[in-house]
Design a protein around this ligand. Structure first.
Ligand SMILES: Cc1ncc(COP(=O)(O)O)c(C=O)c1O
Ligand SMILES: [Zn+2]
Length: 412
């Protein structure tokens, strides 16, 4: 292995060797100076052919190991991460005027979210680097996946989540044995505290964006989608956006496949943000190819996982989506709730609010006729079981009865 060529600052393009730098470009700072992991694509192109992938057996994201920043296989855990199912729903596709409607269900990962892809990689990096403590701030999923993937290692895991994180996510953290700080503040506040603590106490930081290896794990959803469709990518891929790391990973994944001649074109990647939490959409709309103007906000939305007012991967998200030819769309909380219900009832896939946001985006764009005749894939990034409180508000209450047949009859 040893296939990483260089780490490059996304803003000033300065290149660093692997041992030279841990997090972000010192000249551009933690927000604008996030690093891109670049490989030796010319060498990889010779081996990573369609035939190569056809010959592989393992149905996990580790089938993309030559494109991942892992030096040591021995730290790979047996948990089945990635290669999540991609379902096709032809009837629903016709209903929305699409050629094809695909749903990739990442709720099927070991801790039930897309974030497992990133945590699986970074827990290995921490071990390769000989770290003993790993930390992160999170709206809940990144943390629960980190806790899950470090559970069986010698790493101590220290988590910062907002006090308001859904109960299921907090329970996951505790059951996996993490030390959990419930921060009296938003995710944005928890993020800064985790960064300060990581620096003060020398912990390895897995928080979004500053750790360059996360996006590498997050790109695997794109690699899989392409391979599962026999390298015929859909026209459009819709993704929920908070910090902007998942969408950056997905764009990078498609870019790399194109560079390796494994696909002939990249799909248009569309980021879906909640209306009350859309600073990346705003920055994207103002972007003219020069400087990205960052305007942080106080975010609010029912979709807790994408409730982010100070998005940490905004530079990559805006740059990559612009390069990809994609764009952003905003959806209201009501549209997200409606999407949870529609998707569950019409496909059997139950998503948490952030996981249903891209479906809400699809419904919105389809209603405007913007997806007519196109094939579209929705990335469901988290299971509905992560946040049952969010759905109990939007479904009818069950019928409480005495254990008598007459009582059943009365309600039929
Ligand atoms: C379920 C789910 N969907 C989408 C996202 C958005 O990812 P990002 O914050 O990288 O934009 C997250 C992030 O926490 C998430 O947990
Ligand atoms: Zn820089």
């Amino acid at each position: 292995m040893g296939k990483i060529n260089v780490l490059r600052c996304v803003s000033c393009k300065k290149e660093f060797s692997l041992n030279e730098i841990e997090y972000t470009c010192p000249s551009c700072g933690p927000r604008r100076g996030t690093l891109e992991v670049l490989y030796n694509y010319d060498a990889l192109k010779r081996t990573l052919t369609h035939d190569y992938f056809r010959s592989l057996e393992g149905r996990t994201m580790w089938r993309y190991l030559p494109l991942l920043p892992i030096e040591n296989r021995r730290f790979i855990q047996p948990l089945r991460v990635g290669f999540t199912p991609t379902y096709s729903f032809p009837d629903l596709a016709s209903e929305y005027g699409l050629k094809k409607l695909l749903i990739k269900d990442d709720g099927q990962n070991p801790t039930a979210s897309y974030k497992d892809r990133a945590s699986a990689v970074v827990v290995i990096k921490a071990q390769e680097k000989g770290k003993s403590v790993i930390t992160c701030a999170s709206t809940g999923n990144a943390a629960s996946s980190l806790a899950g993937f470090s559970a069986a290692t010698d790493l101590q895991t220290i988590i910062f989540v907002p006090r308001t994180a859904p109960e299921a996510k907090i329970s996951q953290l505790l059951i996996y044995g993490a030390k959990v700080f419930l921060v009296d503040g938003s995710y944005d506040v928890a993020y800064d505290l985790a960064a300060e603590a990581a620096e003060a106490f020398g912990w390895y930081n897995r928080s979004a964006a500053v750790n360059p290896y996360l996006v590498e794990g997050k790109k695997t959803g794109a690699l899989e989608l392409a391979e599962q469709l026999d390298w015929e990518v859909p026209d459009v891929v819709l993704v929920g956006v908070g910090d902007g790391s998942v969408i950056s990973g997905i764009c990078k994944g498609f870019d790399e496949l194109l560079r390796l001649d494994l696909i002939e074109r990249v799909p248009q990647v569309i980021g879906v943000q909640a209306q009350g939490s859309a600073p990346i959409a705003t920055a994207f709309e103002r972007y003219n190819g020069n400087e990205i103007v960052i305007e942080d906000i106080h975010a609010h939305t029912v979709a807790d996982s994408i409730c982010v007012g100070k998005p940490r991967d905004i530079i990559k998200a805006v740059t990559y989506v612009a390069r990809n030819g994609g764009h952003f769309v905003r959806v209201s909380d009501e549209e997200i709730e409606e999407a949870i219900l529609t998707m569950a009832k019409q496909t059997g896939v139950f998503a948490e609010p952030a996981g249903a946001a891209p479906f809400a985006g699809l419904v919105k764009l389809a209603a405007k006729g913007e997806l007519s005749g196109k094939s579209a894939a929705v990335m469901v990034t988290g299971s509905g079981l992560k946040d049952v409180a969010a759905v109990r508000k939007i479904v009818q209450a069950p019928i409480e009865i005495e254990p008598l047949l007459d009582a059943v009859r009365e309600h039929l």
